[in-house]
Design a protein. Sequence first.
Length: 375
Amino acid sequence: MTVPPSGLPPLRPADLHAASDGPLALAAHGFRFFGIQHLSAPHGTVVRGQSCVTYYVPQALTQPWPVVMIHGGGGQALDFMGTADGRPGWLHAFLRRGHAVYLMDRPGHGRAPYHPDCLGPMTAPPPFEALGPLFARPEWQPERYPQARLHSQWPETEGSAGRDLTADPFLAQFMASGGPMMTDMAQAHLDAQRGGADLLDAIGPAILLTHSAGGPAGWMIADARPDMVKAIVAVEPQGPPFAERPGGTLDWGLTAAPLTFDPPAATPADIAREVRPAPSADLVDCLVQAAPARRLPNLSGFPIVVVTAEASWMAADNHGIVDFLAQAGAQVEHLRLADRGLHGNGHAMMLERNSASVAALLLDWLAGRGLARPA
């Protein structure tokens, strides 16, 4: 069945021109692959594990540090390029503030092709029935988690009146961008680390902005290149610590692949764990390290902010990531959107109706830490 375009904004050049926020001049725009490995296959030598990075440098390059944006889940870099209802994305917000932006397609996603011979088995395509209630309409199933009833920011469309998620053309656009994921989470984290480290070697110090399942990539890249990371903006990073997820377990607390601890941890079994009770109602208990906690020295030399939406399922457990980082010596803050007057957001806040306001908040956080010039 072909999804009708009902509710989608027009794409005619004249309409797009009329709806523009004004000229956005670029000094440079292009792409490059990073983290390339060679693999001997029966038919010859092939490439595996590559990340694709698309770069945008504004003509008015007024900010000192570029921003590397790393998408989540089975998504791709275009999650930051615009919303399904046709509005500019976080890419544009950061460019207009004067940042160079590097959008990273993690290995096997977007422009970084997937083939099982190179990356191993893949998950099934994501279904509407699983992702729709989590991303677009959690308020329709408030029994899933307490914060679901607060959700209100998914773009309204003609399909919103009924309960048929497949009738929502904006959700269809979101679902069309998603794909399978590697079933080996640890290898996925290592591949993303390699590509991100190569990228920083090429561009110099940068700010990492990660989302969801891209969160571990940020921790891994910083662990490999701690002197080249100016800050991490972790938007609802995958967690909570030590959680089991499709494809693997966050055995090292934040990641499925090894991190550098002090004192060293040779295996995940070396990291003793204990339960930390939830700090308030509607939040959940999370695992942290048992005292004395090992430090994460390569995540301790720059500011980190964990950003949590009011109505996401991660609203209940994101504090566990913050606790784990603080316990390991990181300079970490927890920024809950509701505390800053931004209400009703779900997990995909960069696609929602107030996405520009969320981007402005992140930009202001960077400016407040001396990492960007104010607007």
